[in-house]
Design a protein around this ligand. Structure first.
Ligand SMILES: Nc1nc2c(c(=O)[nH]1)N[C@H]1C(S)=C(S)[C@@H](COP(=O)(O)O)O[C@H]1N2
Ligand SMILES: [Mo]
Length: 524
């Protein structure tokens, strides 16, 4: 049956109008839900404290005067937080319903209300400790999505106008479908955001309560003269937050020691699943080892040196009984990255470890918390699996790891490299003595000499800092008697077996860059 609105007696329109008002209010509430849900989801990418709902709650708590807090605690006791959240929810629902009712296609008052709520959220989020401007992003994204939803829904909730014969049930149905879709999407986004947020929070707590294993087999002390201490030059030990980070993870995995396990299988006599407790029941060692990325360009900064505490991989190999036919350890991270490490490199006496601490701290999440591999002498992509959870003993002719599938070399020992750190590029120099300094590495072989030359002149020996071990980089300095003009400095290193660093410039792919680092300066 078709009824045109124009035909209806006026009396019949009152319930219709009520329904209409209710639809608009509902549209407003759903839109606010979208704001919060999108905000919650986006906050996962930034920081829990940037979630608009949470930030408004926390900032309210931080900013409320003493009497308000007293009142809340005396009234609600330990339910003061749920009470706060309930109060906020009620307020938001009321404002959102009002926003839906006053939204007009040409006069977006409701959108303005969402905008004001958003401004409150942005303010609250950027007030959080450790906040930066990016903390505004979740709220801004949420408000943008909320306004779009509000406008679509309120338009759909519009009473059909005029006597054009439209069936009033059709638009209503359309509104219901849209509203249900938006509500479901918001609920899903919010739930995913909450879930991920809680995972992150759990991992942060877990890491905070992490007990660094005490080690008897310590790294040898860093002798005086190992660190040249030249301002601007790479320090001998790289601080965790200065340490280069390279991985394929769009979201840093947030594992805990509770959910970490390492499954060891493949060509072994005894399969083994190690839990965290199993791992820390073993005997740890402490070592200083320089990691290097194969993608490092000549003169690049993708290398870092840290003090690691970890469990010798060789011991685990013996424990599971690796078959003689196996030549590769295929390690897999929780997010599916794989590395193929020659078993020989794990057996030849070098300090290959399952590391759990970095420079006296639990591994930072970005660097593999709770467990990663560190293998001296091999580029990271074939050895340094972070968030490692699976070990398969296999063969290079049977398995191919992540970057090898993408054109990088199957095996990748670190190439000898040297780098000028100071003077910085384009540093203004005056004639006279200029201190030139940098670092050089040839893990597993060690650095014997570093030489510098000016304008393709004769090579001159740099003064070398103490060599810590052959698995760490070695700093150097050289005093240059600078003369006016444009000059080019070049550096090269020689390893302890007498091999001079390769001169030919080749790109990082497939097995690491070669070439001598060159830097030009104007002296005047
Ligand atoms: N899970 C995982 N581990 C990984 C990678 C990765 O993409 N995923 N990248 C590797 C590469 S290419 C390098 S160079 C080192 C870098 O370690 P860092 O980020 O701690 O410096 O990690 C290695 N371990
Ligand atoms: Mo790398």
């Amino acid at each position: 049956m078709t009824t045109t609105i124009g035909d209806r007696p006026h009396a019949a329109r009152a319930p219709e109008r009520r329904r209409h008002l209710f639809s608009r209010a509902l549209a407003g509430v759903i839109a606010a839900g979208v704001v919060l849900a999108v905000g919650e989801l986006m906050s996962v990418l930034i920081d829990q404290n940037s979630s608009p709902f949470y930030a408004v709650g926390s900032t309210t708590v931080d900013r409320s005067p003493a009497w308000a807090r007293e009142f809340a605690i005396s009234t609600f006791g330990t339910n003061d937080k749920p009470a706060l959240f309930a109060g906020m929810t009620l307020l938001i629902v009321l404002l959102a319903a009002a926003a839906g009712i006053v939204e007009r296609p040409r006069a977006p008052f409701g959108s303005a209300i969402l905008g004001i709520l958003g401004a409150v959220g942005v303010f609250a989020a950027t007030q959080r400790p450790s906040a930066s401007w990016v903390y505004a992003v979740p709220t801004l994204a949420g408000v943008a999505a909320g306004i779009v939803v509000l406008r679509i829904l309120t338009a759909a909730a519009q009473m059909p106008e005029g006597a054009d014969g439209a069936d009033s049930r059709m638009p209503r149905r359309r509104f219901l479908v849209l509203a249900a879709t938006a509500a479901a999407a918001a609920a899903a986004a919010g739930a995913v955001g909450r879930y991920l947020g809680q995972q992150i929070a759990g991992a942060i707590d877990n890491r905070r309560n992490f007990a660094i294993p005490s080690v008897a087999d310590k790294a040898s002390p860093i002798a005086p003269g190992t660190d040249i201490g030249v301002p601007g030059a790479t320090p001998f030990v790289t601080a965790n937050d200065e340490f280069y980070r390279i991985d394929t993870a769009l979201r840093v995995p947030r594992m805990t020691t509770d959910n970490w396990e390492l499954h060891i299988h493949g060509m072994v006599d005894r399969e083994l699943t190690l839990t965290w407790n199993d791992l820390v029941a073993r005997t740890p060692v402490e070592r200083i080892i320089t990691l290097t990325c194969v993608s490092n360009e000549v003169g690049g900064v993708l290398a870092g040196n840290a003090t690691w505490i970890g469990y010798p991989i060789r011991d685990l190999l013996d424990e599971v009984g690796v078959g003689a036919e196996a030549d590769m350890l295929l390690s897999t991270s929780i997010d599916g990255f794989t590395a193929g490490t020659p078993i020989e490199a794990l057996r030849d006496g070098r300090d290959a470890i399952l590391a759990v601490a970095m420079n006296g701290e639990p591994l930072p999440f970005e660097h593999g918390y709770p467990v990663r591999q560190v293998v001296p002498g091999l580029y990271g992509y074939v050895s340094a699996t972070k968030w490692v959870v699976d070990w398969e003993f296999t063969r290079f002719d049977a398995a191919e790891a992540y970057w090898t599938q993408r054109g990088w070399a199957e095996k990748a020992p670190i190439k000898t490299a040297s780098r000028i750190d100071v003077p910085a590029p384009f540093a203004p120099l005056v004639p006279g003595p200029v201190l030139v300094a940098g670092t050089a590495w040839a893990q597993r072989r060690g650095i014997e000499t570093v030489e510098v030359r000016v304008d393709n002149g004769p090579w001159e020996k740099a003064a070398l800092a103490q060599q810590y071990t052959i698995d760490t980089w070695r700093q150097w300095t050289w005093e240059w008697q600078a003369t006016p003009g444009l000059h080019t400095l070049q550096v090269r290193a020689t390893d302890l077996s007498g091999n001079v660093q390769v001169e030919e410039r080749t790109p990082p792919i497939p097995g690491g860059a070669t070439g001598w680092h060159t830097r030009s300066f104007t002296v005047s």
